[in-house]
Ligand binder design. Structure first.
Ligand code: PLP
Length: 401
């Protein structure tokens, strides 16, 4: 395979990186390039106004920048601008659907046994408060998606499927095109939690044919407090409003109000303007490099780490052993050592930052009678040398047991 992508070309855009700092926690939070930070500052320095209300020149400039950002995000996943709803994170995007999609007592929602809390708790809350039923699709033994199990989850009452695209637990990619096809044949709509796919893979929502798609900006070089909900326009039109107030209505009396057009209908109150504009810039930045190159490069780093650590005494990898099935995520435990302990030694002894804990997939850990794990996640600014240094460090730590 030929990899034309070289991290050396981008590393200088990330001011926190240096030879002593290895950042392997991008599945939680990506670093931000200078271009995104500059674009965010541009808002505060040049047109720090309010959108949608002020007709003066700051307001007009801001309107223009937000439209451009919406267009960049739409192009990034191949949809129409009016199908992009800005939220504050993926959690809010999923909650929007949970509260705005037509779900009543007895209706069923299918999720998997590997969802992030943000794609379980909203449904469990509806189960508790509204009497819907949450149906869990069990994964295969190696943690990959089971289409057979999935097909068995449907009933006459199934209304919605809400599944993760790429797992934040182990990087496994779910076959969303097949999932959507199966669901649509049964007249069921599909929401994809795309938090871990949009930053790393080329996405085409038209090709996948999903109805809704939720992701966050902070994992894709964008600012914190930014999220997106994509919806097919005709599906967005069917949604109830969720959070309402300023900017979500055209007119009101003391008795009634007229809803705004889509997407403003779902974007209540004053927005995170600098964040939205920064997210547009993050899309431009990633697109210029090319998502397929980035994804392949991360797999290559994962291959180096997996080759170095698979089979080493005491190291247990979570998910399939084949690195090519785990995107840019290497999640593991060292037997006899706590995950936080390992993460602390990696940080203080080797300058390597990883995530330790249950990664918001508590139900998976509970089911497997495990407490937590150590997760290393790779992105475009990481190097092969860093991957090798990580292997060396983990091997040394495993000997401390
Ligand atoms: C798969 C997945 N879904 C949902 C979320 C929640 O995203 P946010 O914090 O932007 O709401 C995350 C964040 O880690 C995630 O990895």
């Amino acid at each position: 395979m030929i990899f034309t992508f070289k991290p050396e070309n981008v590393r200088e855009d990330f001011s926190v990186l240096n030879s002593k700092t290895i950042y392997f926690d991008s599945a939680c939070m990506s670093l931000k390039p200078k271009q995104v930070i500059d674009k965010m500052n541009e808002y505060y320095l040049e047109y720090p106004a309010c959108a949608g209300r002020s007709v003066h020149k700051f307001g007009r400039r801001l309107e223009e920048e937000i439209s451009k950002a919406r267009h960049e995000v739409a192009k990034f996943i191949n949809c129409k601008d009016k199908e992009i709803v800005f939220t504050k994170n993926a959690t809010e995007s999923i909650n929007l659907i949970a509260n705005a999609f037509d779900l009543d007592k007895g209706d069923e929602v299918i999720i998997t046994d590997k969802e992030h809390s943000s794609n379980i708790i909203p449904w469990l809350k509806l189960q508790k408060e509204r009497g819907i039923k949450v149906v869990i699709c069990e994964s295969n033994n190696d943690n990959t998606f089971s289409l057979d199990n999935f097909k068995k989850c449907f009933s006459e009452k199934t209304k919605l499927v809400s599944v993760v695209h790429v797992s934040n637990l182990d990087g496994v990619v779910n076959p969303i095109e097949e999932i959507v096809e199966i669901a649509h044949k049964k007249g069921v709509k599909v929401l994809i939690d795309a938090c871990q796919s949009v930053p790393h893979k080329e996405i085409d929502v038209i090709k996948s044919d999903c109805d809704f798609f939720a992701f966050s900006g902070h994992k894709m070089l964008g600012p914190t407090g930014t999220g997106v909900l994509y919806g097919k326009f005709k599906e967005l039109e069917k949604l109830r409003q969720f959070i309402v107030g300023g900017e979500t209505i055209i007119d009101a009396t003391f008795d009634s109000y007229k809803e705004e057009e889509i997407p403003a209908r779902f974007e209540a109150g004053l927005q995170n303007y600098s964040g939205i504009i920064g997210l547009g810039e993050a899309c431009r930045y990633l697109k210029k490099i090319g998502l397929s190159k980035i994804g392949k490069y991360e797999e290559k780093l994962n291959q180096i780490v997996t080759d170095g650590l698979n089979g080493v005494k005491g190291i247990d990898i979570i998910g399939p052993l084949d690195a090519s099935l785990r995107s840019g995520i290497f999640n593991f435990n060292i037997s006899g050592m706590g995950a936080h302990e390992v993460a602390k030694i990696l940080d203080s002894g080797y300058g390597i930052m990883v995530r330790s804990g249950a990664h918001c997939v508590h139900e998976w850990f509970n089911k497997h009678d495990m407490k937590n794990s150590v997760r290393a996640s790779f992105y475009l600014y990481n190097t092969e040398d860093e991957a090798r240094r990580f292997v060396h460090a983990v091997k040394e730590i495993a000997q401390l047991r």
